[in-house]
Write a protein that binds this ligand. Structure first.
Ligand code: NI
Length: 262
């Protein structure tokens, strides 16, 4: 009944916990039906594709995360594009802007590769999964200027900006997903955004292995089974039952990520 719309299970964090098979078994036991494993560079995108080919419940995204762009070599975006044509690749992602750390790739490089990956999504008729950190205005402006490339929509993953900014992203037709931070104490801005965003534009995620939700905050690694705690908190904020919200999230996820099958 639950969907983890954005997670990373391609790393070695789970090796001592039964590997990916263990992760997926625990997820299933906690009612998680579908998992979208996101690439963040070429190697993780290829690994995500392999997992999707191995496990029925796993879908994937392929793309270069803004913080990983220094690894992007000539020809890599063509390889990302061909991964995106896979029948289980639901979106180009995660892509975007990240101005958090001083040593992140240069602003111009981030913008250029973000747009290039938006173009890939448009050419293939796919949605995008957007990572945006400490760059709310810049992300909004870039997306407004490139609105034509967003015909199939997109997901603002782990949304952490204000409800007022959410209004602007909503006008672009985007969806929003929330993870562990929505369950944290003192996350007032995130709660207000959840309340502001229409239920039909909401998705749930873990972004594991990071951002473990309460009541297990601080534990590492986080995993898809914990998406349940996120949905419980979102349902509370929306004044809905967990079941009602889970059902709506499933519908939203299947509309946005239209390659997901029953
Ligand atoms: Ni992520």
């Amino acid at each position: 009944m639950f969907i983890d719309a954005h997670c990373h299970i391609t790393g070695d964090e789970f090796d001592e916990k039964g590997g990916v098979a263990g992760v997926l078994e625990r997820a299933k036991a906690h009612g998680v039906q579908k998992i979208v494993c996101s690439g963040f560079d070429l190697a993780s995108s290829i690994r995500a594709k392999e997992l999707a080919e191995t496990y029925a419940e796993v879908y994937f995204c392929a793309g270069f995360h803004p913080s990983e762009l220094n690894k992007c070599q000539e020809g890599d975006l063509d390889k990302i594009k061909s991964l995106c044509q896979h029948k289980k690749c639901v979106a180009v992602g995660e892509i975007g802007l990240d101005y958090h750390f001083d040593d992140n790739p240069k602003d111009e490089v981030q913008r250029m590769l973000f747009v290039q990956q938006l173009i890939i999504a448009d050419e293939l008729g796919l949605p995008v999964v957007i990572h945006s950190r400490d760059s709310a205005q810049e992300t909004l402006l870039l997306l407004q200027r490139n609105k034509d490339l967003l015909k199939k929509g997109g997901l603002m993953h782990c949304y952490s900006y204000s409800p007022e900014m959410a209004d602007e992203f909503l006008k672009l037709g985007l969806h929003f997903s929330f993870g562990g931070p929505a369950t944290f104490k003192n996350a007032k801005k995130v709660w207000e955004s959840v309340q502001r965003i229409p239920t039909h534009r909401l998705l749930s995620e873990t972004d594991c292995p990071y951002l473990t939700p309460a009541p297990f905050r601080g534990e590492f690694p986080n995993e898809p089974k914990n998406v349940k705690y996120v949905v419980e908190r979102l349902a509370e904020l929306k004044g809905l039952s967990v079941q009602e919200l889970a059902k709506q999230i499933e519908k939203n996820a299947k509309e946005l990520f239209f390659k997901i099958e029953n």
